[in-house]
Write a protein that binds this ligand. Sequence first.
Ligand code: CTP
Length: 416
Amino acid sequence: MPAAILTPCRPWTGRRVVLGVTGGVAAYKSIQVARDLTRLGATVDAVLTSAAQRFVTPLAYEAVTGRPALTDLFSADGAALHVRLGQEADVVCVAPAGADFLSRAASGRANDLICTTLLATRAPVVICPAMNERMFSHPQVQRNLDHLKQVLGYEVAGPGLGPLAAGEGEGHGRLIEPWQIEEAIGRALTPRGRLAGRRVLVTAGPTRESLDPVRFLGNRSSGRMGYAMAQVAWRRGGQVTLVSGPSELDDPFGVDVVRVETAEEMLAAVTKHASEADVLVFAAAVADYRPVDPSARKVKRAEAGPELGIVMVENPDVAVESLRARKAGSVAVGFALETDDVLANAEKKLTKKGFDLVVANDATEEGAGFGVETNRVTILDAEGGREDLPLLSKSETAEEVWDRAESRLAPEVGRA
Ligand code: CTP
């Protein structure tokens, strides 16, 4: 899900990013990355190879980062520029990373500024390959990528599947989208806590209950809050499954997404994963009722007459049903969107459904609730604690909720 609000926020703000750009037409996407990261509060040093400068100019990066773009290993800044860059970086990302760069990085070459910076840094490194599919699948390229991953511990993000450069058709090799590169960088910048390696299950979005083959009953949920919870869990190192009702949002990066329509389908999908999950987050706006007898054919006005009654039957409660099989020590987080008696209603849900935390908000408040990018929530816990958070982006709200959910997980045996 693209970071919708680009204001300084975790995990990017105050961090130093070296953004390497190598030769390839996808280099244009890295200008967007440099711009977004700067707006998210990072200090970005763009480093362009000479091949990159055939496609994009240093000036473009300077305009969006407000800092000089770097191109020369032997600059007037002194021969140790690469050492300074490498030492000060919190993360080094190369996007796009072409085949020649991968070969040089894998063999430890030091013949340009980005390769020398890689040798000088001990920060995490994220590589985003981009090239023609035939080149990408070549054993030489695959061997280089394996080496970068397995031996050097670099994170390789992408490539994606989709249209390649003009005339090259569709295939594997496309640079991932700017927001996905930003997420991969965000993950590298996020310290590993108790969530690292744990299984996380998130429900999100609305459900749709059929009236007939063309009509349904739904609700106004966009899925944003649940998608943000899934994305932040991935950034923190979780293995995340998102069970989502119909939503227009892109799949969160790195997350397994199971798309469903109805409450019953959501329960079936969630049940498959619930007993293995270390944290279960129920952010979906599940329909409490469904039409008891949806019509197999389109309901015709002439046949239905001036009034149309719909008899509804209760849906299962996905949270309650799936928590029956929960793992010992797991943490369950519920959401409560209310219009009246917000805290009292949220508290009832906390005890009745067996949640450890409930994130409550008021649907009538401006900037909170469905369809907006922000939220103002109160977090209630099973011990009676209450915390009011300020108006925050949904991504920041998710970070705050995860701070509290993560601290409730017991440290894994054998780990700090
Ligand atoms: N929930 C669920 N399955 C349902 C209904 C709710 O999993 N059929 C979960 C939601 O994902 C949320 C919590 O339960 O985490 C509270 O949802 P909400 O719709 O606010 O509560 P309801 O129990 O449906 O109560 P009401 O609609 O009467 O307020």
